[in-house]
Design a protein around this ligand. Structure first.
Ligand code: HEM
Ligand SMILES: *[C@@H]1O[C@H](CO)[C@@H](O)[C@H](O)[C@H]1NC(C)=O
Length: 361
């Protein structure tokens, strides 16, 4: 009983620290009569709203006047695409993460190679791995038809991540909008900021802190691995030679490990894939955390949340495994926080017409 009370208190302390750092800035409109709802420039492509009024935050109603149907358009494309390929929900959720951790949530991940920069698409964590670019293109072309030069590619990524979560059975949340698009990609930062699958817990904590995200965000956002797949190359080390002594990872449950070896032979098969949550790979739920409790986390970075000897993350894995609504609630908060990493607003950046390339002058 005392243990239970201790745990409950501890949980409140952990989660409340995250609530106070909840990155949605005080929702105060300072715009008086100045928002140009009449001339259509409010929230539009010229950035006059954020720029003129000096408001640099994001807010959910950003497109209420300039493109009220934006989310409906995103959702209708997602519904079709995810019905045909349920994994696409996972791929789009991940795309927003890989965008936000590199230079902020500015759609830099969507840029193809150009004379001015090397794209992020061939960086280690992305190469032969991230997918969903055609879906973003399809959404963008529908949005350009409905509301030309208005909805940024960075906001499309955020809307697609939320929509994909909802359509997979996960939580919904109010999504701050108004991000603008980068005119540069950052190949190097992709390699440096995105955590590798064999990360230690310390490494994960460090890379999340670098983005202003804490241990609660780390554990809840890792819960995105409740959907989607990973290639053998992302976890093979665990099956055959985790620590350079030709032994499997001792934290990996044996029968699960043997099953994985059939998908991932010792040599070859590096691009074969296996679900991150084998019990419900297309369903957003809390089984990801239950699997970790049973030694069935697929990646090292999943299992170390429990076995990495950091009390706080260990505790949160257990709490989320026991209480799915606690996980949903925190996931939504942490997604908003991740979505607020270093956005371009005001006169910074641009509204790309084509998500793969910067606008021509
Ligand atoms: C905590 C550190 C993280 C690490 C080390 C990590 C690593 C990985 C790796 C290695 C894969 C498989 C890639 C492949 O083999 O092709 C993957 C897939 C995935 N990741 Fe993460 N990830 C992390 C956090 C996140 C976060 C924060 C999100 C989103 C909020 C996320 C969403 C996903 C999704 C949905 C997939 C499946 C994608 C698909 O099936 O196309 N991950 N991750
Ligand atoms: C993680 O994997 C990389 C690439 O395979 C390897 O160079 C590195 O040593 C591994 N790190 C750990 C901690 O095992």
């Amino acid at each position: 009983m005392a243990f239970l009370i201790y745990n409950t208190c501890m949980l409140m302390v952990l989660l409340s620290s995250s609530v106070t750092s909840f990155a949605f800035p005080g929702f105060s409109f300072g715009w008086g009569g100045g928002g140009g709802a009449g001339d259509g420039s409010f929230g539009g492509g010229d950035g006059s709203f954020g720029g003129v009024l000096g408001y640099s935050g994001l807010f959910p109603e950003f497109y209420s006047f300039s493109c009220p149907q934006a989310n409906d358009i995103v959702m209708s494309v997602l519904e079709d695409v995810i019905a045909k390929d349920p994994r696409m929900a996972a791929s789009l959720l991940r795309l927003h993460f890989h965008d936000c951790f590199v230079q902020g949530c500015d759609a830099s991940v969507l840029l193809d190679d150009s004379a001015m920069f090397t794209s992020e698409k061939n960086a280690g964590p992305n190469a032969n791995s991230i997918r969903g670019f055609e879906v973003i293109d399809e959404i963008k072309s529908k949005l350009e038809e409905a509301c030309p030069e208005t909805v940024s590619c960075a906001d499309i990524l955020a809307l697609a991540a939320r929509g994909s979560t909802v359509l997979s059975g996960g939580p919904n949340w109010e999504l701050p909008l108004g991000r603008r698009d980068a005119t540069q990609a950052n190949f190097k930062e992709s390699n440096n900021n995105l955590p590798p699958p064999n990360s230690t817990i310390q490494n994960l904590i460090t890379l999340f802190r670098r983005q202003g995200l804490d241990e609660v965000d780390l554990v809840s956002l890792s819960g995105a691995h409740t959907i989607g797949m990973a290639r053998c190359t992302s976890f093979k080390q665990r099956l055959y030679n985790q620590d350079g002594n030709n032994q499997p990872d001792s934290t990996l449950e044996r029968t699960y490990s043997n099953g994985l070896k059939e998908i991932c032979p010792k040599t070859g098969g590096d691009s074969n894939i296996s679900p991150l949550d084998f019990s419900s790979p297309a369903r957003f739920d809390n089984t990801y955390f239950k699997l970790i409790m049973w030694g069935k986390g697929l990646l090292t970075s999943d299992q170390v949340l429990l076995n990495g000897n950091v009390e706080e993350t260990m505790f949160l894995v257990k709490a989320f495994a026991e209480d799915d609504s606690l996980f949903y609630d925190q996931f939504a908060r942490s997604m908003v926080k991740m979505g607020n990493i270093n956005p371009l607003t005001g006169f910074n950046g641009e509204i790309r017409k084509n998500c793969r390339m910067v606008n021509q002058l």
